[in-house]
Design a binder for this molecule. Sequence first.
Ligand SMILES: [Fe+2]
Ligand SMILES: [Fe+2]
Length: 493
Amino acid sequence: MKKKLNEEYENLIQIIEKRIRESTATWQMALSTFLTLLLVVCISVNPRILPLHQTAGIIILYILVYYFLFVYLCGYRATGEKLNNNEVYLLSGLTALYFISAKLCKLHLSEYMPGSIAIPTALVIMLISIMINSRIAKIMGLILPFGVFVAGFYDLYSYLFALTSGISAAYVLHDARRRMDMVKAGLIVGIINIITTSAIFMAHNAYASAYPVVVFWAAMNGIASGMLVLGITPVLENLLHSATTFKLIELLDLGAPLMRQLAQKTPGTFNHSMLVANLAEEACMRIGARSLLARVGAYYHDIGKIDQPEYFVENQHNDNKHDDLNPRLSATVIRSHVKLGIEKGRAIGLPNEVIDIIASHHGNSLIAYFYNEAIKKEGEVNREDFCYPGNPPRTKEAAVVMLADVTEAAVRTLDKPGVSRLEKFVNELIAKKVDAEQLADSELTFRELEIIKKVFVRVLASYYHSRIDYPKISDPGEKTQNSPDSQKAENNE
Ligand SMILES: [Fe+2]
Ligand SMILES: [Fe+2]
């Protein structure tokens, strides 16, 4: 009875989680509407009191423009990717702060200095670029200056300054891989700001004596943005558990405590994880998915095996622990590595995207061997008891890691396979995953699956080709010292 209640509770939680995921678009709409209203409030706080119909007309106009700019351009149809809840909150929060600061900083510094020089457009765009992605940052680089125009200044030069500052910030951070690149980006934006304000200065035909002040504030706008983003990013990364490029590069460190534990306690799993990482990274690169995320996800996908390595085939030598267990218990131990992996990942603060890869790398597929063994022993068994507890992958990166994982594990059972045999084998493995509906939510297209297959075959073929059997050289001195272990290793080669 208690077990049934637990199952019902787990099902209910899964349904709620699915609803929350599906409601992202609704939240996006709701928050966007909130921001629209905020913008309207900013605009409507105007000393000039307009007749009702005129105010209503302006409000409708802004809602329409804002709706299409923000909701459509940052939505799935334009970008080809769904934003998660944290990303929507961050984007909405930064937009709201930006509009408020545009309203509050409505300074008239001087007629030849753009008012938006006091607003950190570059900072906001850099944060969006790092925390979400550069595509959204470029779109927001176009949208946010519109906010400066309507909410703060109605001034063309302010609008143009915010536009060049924002767009350049999105571009200079495009390929950033080290944290110090943020400071460099700030310096470049500072130089672009100086060029823009110099042009505005010349357009105004202003006095030359005022030029140093203009140059100073223009440079400061860019440099301060770079410095602030360097300080704010780690705080946001920890708060939102985001997989930024910088965070992922740090996680590539094989000297990190958990990676060292994996290498020492589960050397078989460690080697398997490295090969899965090579396959997944290369495949993601070819289909345009996040290859760095796939590599890190592959490194950490089996960390749940660290506490009981001997129950997993890649770490077994001669004895098989499952010989002493009944199939049901064996399946429970195998299943548990997913849950343990999630717990370990959360404990060390892995980004949500990496945790998702750990949680979904087996999807909810069946542990067929122990399921069949249990049927032989017990007759009728509940299929659910022999399925992994996760959900099928929901991102391309998680799906590629799942495919790389199953391919690497299965191919190691083949003895020196040729390319055609590998092709047939990889085709069958991926077809099985498709038939078992493990890729239905992953957004991988058939064309991408074909590319993934080709990459797997090429990488595996080159791996097997490079594994040369060394000729045995007899060393007279070793004859008396050979341990049983070294003899066993030699026999295996
Ligand atoms: Fe696994
Ligand atoms: Fe694995």
